[in-house]
Write a protein that binds this ligand. Structure first.
Ligand code: SF4
Length: 293
């Protein structure tokens, strides 16, 4: 596969993600605006919706914090030049920073030096998944620091199970308050080890908001946590109201009998993500984007 095609596709994904929110998020924000009963909350949601429209109209990023760039790569084992993909994603990140432009958000934690191009050691973040095939699927997430700072991880007592999990999630939402720019979307990862819980919590954020969990037991748990979260009164931008969380996405892995890891990943209202599929022949198809509505 031609690495130039991968670089161009990745650049376009970063640009789309930074400027246009996915349709499912916009619809959910419009629904929240229609249903919000707090006047202050409604005003905040209106400002968010106006902001989304202005960004689209002027082709500028949705937020001054253009986030950390994370790629999820699903690679067919028969894709040629797989070893060139990482370089293409780094080049796309540099170009996007220059041309969109994006805020340079990659800082060396030891000497505070900003690379000025959103790249550096382990940056952009790249997650790999291999499958049998000839296609490459790229998803980019541009996640703001405010929502990342609200991330929570706990190693709970297994004997307290799901009950303590619910308490930990709601406590995390209350502790986060206005910091992750609510209304938020929550990814909850349970099981595995600490690393797996965090990884699957973040990955759960990729699921569209209008997609129900196929497992009815898990769907019920998500609904229960969503309802409880929206009873906290934190509201849009933390200024009060009944819209604190737009959606809850749960995932799990089997765990050690003595461990019960729970991770909560937050996405702010600017839930920026975009995906594309590149065929073995180099055709690029952007996926998961409905243009109407
Ligand atoms: S948390 Fe999201 S909306 Fe808030 S400043 Fe950061 S990127 Fe922007």
């Amino acid at each position: 596969m031609n690495s130039r095609i991968i670089e161009d596709a990745a650049f376009n994904l970063i640009k789309t993600s930074a400027i246009n929110l996915p349709q499912d998020v916009k619809q959910m924000l419009k629904k929240a605006y229609a249903e919000e009963t707090s006047l202050v909350g409604k005003t905040q949601l209106k400002a968010i919706l106006d902001n989304i429209e202005l960004a689209e109209f002027n082709h500028v990023p949705l937020c001054q914090d253009t986030g950390t760039i994370t790629f999820y790569v699903k690679a067919g084992s028969k894709v040629r030049n797989l070893d060139k993909v990482e370089e293409a994603l780094v080049n796309a990140t540099r170009k996007a920073t220059r041309e969109i432009p994006l805020r340079p958000n990659a800082v060396n934690p030891l000497n505070e030096k900003n690379s000025d191009d959103n790249t550096g050691r382990l940056m952009p973040i790249i997650h790999w998944e291999l499958f049998h095939g000839t296609q490459l699927e790229l998803t980019v997430v541009t996640k703001g620091g405010g929502s990342e700072n609200a991330s929570a991880l706990a190693m709970l007592n297994p004997s307290n199970g799901i009950k303590e999990l619910k308490k930990f999630v709601i406590d995390s939402i209350i502790r986060a308050g206005a910091k992750p720019c609510p209304p938020t979307i929550l990814g909850i990862g349970v099981g595995g080890g600490a690393d797996v819980a965090i990884e699957i919590a973040k990955k759960a954020l990729l699921r569209p908001l209008d997609e129900m969990n196929p497992d009815p037991t898990v769907a019920n748990l998500e609904r229960e946590i969503l309802d409880a979260a929206n009873m906290t009164g934190i509201g849009p931008m933390g200024l009060g109201g009944k819209t604190t969380v737009l959606g809850v996405h749960f995932d799990y892995a089997y765990r050690h009998p003595a461990s019960f890891p729970v991770a909560v990943a937050f996405s702010c209202w600017a839930d920026r993500r975009a995906s594309a599929r590149i065929s073995g022949g180099g055709d690029v198809k952007f996926i998961g984007r409905k243009e109407s509505g």
